[in-house]
Design a protein around this ligand. Structure first.
Ligand code: ATP
Length: 362
């Protein structure tokens, strides 16, 4: 059966790494019909919209997308086109596996953890009030009246919202993800000791839901202590579920543990109108200084392709693709400059040559 997948090249190094991922997915032999759509600064320049309706419609129609990083044009009036897509399609779960592959320069040995980040509420609720605006002044007055606490007039305000419902669905997703991956331990990260009404609620829900799954070891960690333990001993962590902002930071920390941002894949999962939707993309940004130079590391995008294959029921092909990436990294001959340790005398290769080496292994 041919799978339909929306392909969004994006901006900066996006087109290069997405092309690498497309080639690698094809090299597994799984038949895919790609529906190419636009998003980001390039789309805005051509169509006047950084997230054209045709792109959203294609994702809804195909259910899955392989996407590159995108830039949000300042003049578009959007804070982030990525956030708009996640909100529009309610992609509430961000899965970011962090696995250290032998051969990659890193101070850590064994790292194999999965960050599950709540992706649509928390500090990213998008409810913001600019310093000095009428709404900010009204809100400051309301806060004073209801709490007796004075907020300085020259403050900007961001509202962090965490719901019981949103917490429950992300924790249930994390548990399902742990099961899918055969994992034994779930850690919830939070700052419930300070943010009682939001993180406290998240933690309460996490404990309640985890109690229904006694075969899965559950623990919770205050976010600062979690970061310290991750740096000291990342090998002890398995699946970590976190509210939005912490999840973003911890996943990036995880990318650092495994050797760099170019290596980390990701998925945004959720859906609307009864459709299960998933967008797969490397976690790195557009890295404009590398764009068009055949220097970008394609591994994050290619491993996102492996996650996509597993998601569409082609687990064996996904595993083969990941194994091919691991082989090329272990061999260390055909790797991009960011993966070349300074003391290693061998020349690095370009995005295309590294991709070809991975495809050749397949
Ligand atoms: P954005 O705001 O678009 O998310 P960012 O500013 O957080 O982006 P990136 O674009 O991810 O950051 O780039 C951060 C650094 O990581 C860059 O300096 C770049 O050198 C490096 N980097 C990112 N992606 C890659 C990649 N695929 N290959 C090599 N280096 C990369």
């Amino acid at each position: 059966m041919t799978h339909r997948v929306t392909l969004i090249p994006g901006d900066g190094i996006g087109p290069e790494v997405v092309e690498a991922a497309r080639r690698a997915v094809e090299a597994t032999g799984v038949p895919v019909a790609w529906e190419r759509r636009e998003m980001g600064a390039g789309a805005y320049a051509r169509t006047g919209d950084p997230l054209p309706a045709a792109t959203v419609a294609a994702i809804r129609a195909t259910r899955v997308a392989l996407k590159g990083p995108v830039e949000t044009p300042v003049t578009s009036g959007l804070r982030s086109v990525n956030l708009r897509l996640r909100r529009e399609l309610d992609l509430y779960a961000n899965v970011r596996p962090c696995r250290r592959y032998p051969g990659v320069p890193s101070v850590y040995g064994d790292v194999d953890l999965v960050v599950v980040r709540e992706n649509v509420e928390g500090s990213y609720s998008g409810i913001e009030f600019e310093m000095g605006s009428v709404a900010a002044k009204e809100l400051i007055r309301f806060i004073e009246e209801t709490t007796g606490r004075r907020v300085r007039e020259d403050s900007g305000l961001s509202i962090k919202t965490i719901s019981a419902w949103g917490s429950e669905r992300i924790v249930r997703f994390a548990i399902a993800e742990a099961r899918r991956r055969g994992r034994r331990r779930l850690t919830a990260g939070h700052k419930a000791n300070i943010m009682k009404t939001t993180d406290g609620l998240f933690l309460e829900v996490a404990r309640r839901v985890a109690a229904e799954h006694p075969d899965l070891a559950f623990e919770d960690r205050i976010i600062d202590a979690l970061c310290m333990q991750l740096v000291q001993d990342p090998g002890r962590f398995d699946v970590i579920v976190l509210p939005n902002l912490y999840g973003d930071i911890v996943a990036e920390l995880g990318a650092g543990l495994i050797g760099g941002t170019g290596l980390a894949p990701g998925a945004h999962v959720g859906g609307v109108d009864g459709l299960e939707l998933a967008v797969f993309e490397a976690t790195h940004g557009t890295a404009p200084h590398l764009a068009g130079r055949n220097r970008a590391n394609p591994v994050g995008a290619i491993l996102s392709g492996a996650m996509l294959l597993r998601h569409i029921g082609e687990a064996e092909a996904g595993d083969r693709l990941e194994a091919a990436v691991a082989d090329v990294l272990a061999d260390g001959t055909a790797v991009t400059p960011d993966l070349r340790a300074p003391e290693d005398g061998r020349p690095a290769v370009g995005t295309v040559a590294m991709t070809e080496a991975i495809c050749a292994r397949l």
